[in-house]
Design a protein around this ligand. Sequence first.
Ligand code: GDP
Length: 412
Amino acid sequence: MAAADALAKTRNIGIMAHIDAGKTTTTERILFYTGITYKIGEVHEGAAVMDWMEQEQERGITITSAATKCEWKGHTIQIIDTPGHVDFTVEVERSLRVLDGAVAVYDGVAGVEPQTENVWRQADKYNVPRMCFVNKLDRTGADFFRCVQMMIDRLNATPLVLQIPIGNEADFIGVVDLLGMRALTWRGETQKGDDYAIEEIPAELADQAAEWREKLIETLADVDDEITEKYLEGVELTVDDLKAGIRRATIAGKGNPVLTGSAFKNKGVQPMLDAVVDFLPSPLDVPAIEGVATDGETPLLRKPSNSEPFAGLAFKIQTDKHLGKLTYVRVYSGTLDSGSPVINSTKDRKERIGKIYQMHANKREERPTAQAGDIIAVQGLKQTTTGDTLCDPANPVILESMTFPEPVISVA
Ligand code: GDP
């Protein structure tokens, strides 16, 4: 695949949530549905249990990895760990900088909670396009519509509601897809790997579905000019028109697609992945990253293209039990070869790139080169710490020029 095509089909995303909303469960389900190498039921029972447990254990480890790559419908999704369980840290801000879009996960009972509110505001600051997944709809007291209202009231968000639930609490069985005007259902005790059935919208929900679809189009017309025009002209909007409008609005930070389900009960995860691919930006859709020259002042831009000089940001250091110290790097522009010399422009030091690894859901893969838009782990960097820029020695740039406030430590 040509480099630009591959970039267009890449989604670098973070999952943000208040503690207990279901970030781990949702991430684990994403890895299950995308990273699976066999289908349950296709192997003999004994072997299936073995493979299953090994895979689960392996995933348990990789979920804590700083970045995990998986595939969905011809697209590459990189999930970057967003530390959401803290109020305000450099690490949250830095992780927001390296991702192109995010999925905010809500507990359908608690709705918008303080930690999500904090991360949401930080994401506003860095213009990170976001969609929302209202999780735990199977729980007693879950209320999808209250949660949507809280997004407006507490987050100042513009929810583009793409689904409404079918049933609630223990009776939650699926969603009405308001774009396709059809029902997606997972009936009974669902297993991981179960696909949804496509059905007619239940008669008792027909009016509500029509009303929310109209609301979706009206909201979209408020925030997207092309939709406004067609809407005012009274043109019948196709599903493709609406999808294109939702994508533009999301990338522009003017709207937030909202989907729902219950990750734990394996409901709603596949359509949510479809939405990640359909509506969140690729590295090509976001503006070129701004940096400064080594004088600390002259502004420089680095575009997401392999023909630009290499520039990347080290955003996390982890120790791997097999590979030792790994530096996670987001490549913003240019290409990076293993063994090549680079400059750590933040510290004004020379570094040499060791091996380059791609971290997958269930394996790691050594690769000779990384390209613009990639998120990779690098071995062999001695002096680089998080927040440092690595770049082409002939074309230095410093990407993280912002100064972070010192964390406030209160002493009782
Ligand atoms: P995190 O702290 O955001 O990572 O949340 P976890 O994924 O660890 O989930 C917290 C708890 O909620 C765990 O006990 C999960 O099993 C449970 N949980 C997650 N998703 C759902 C769901 O869709 N429905 C229900 N009932 N429980 C869920």
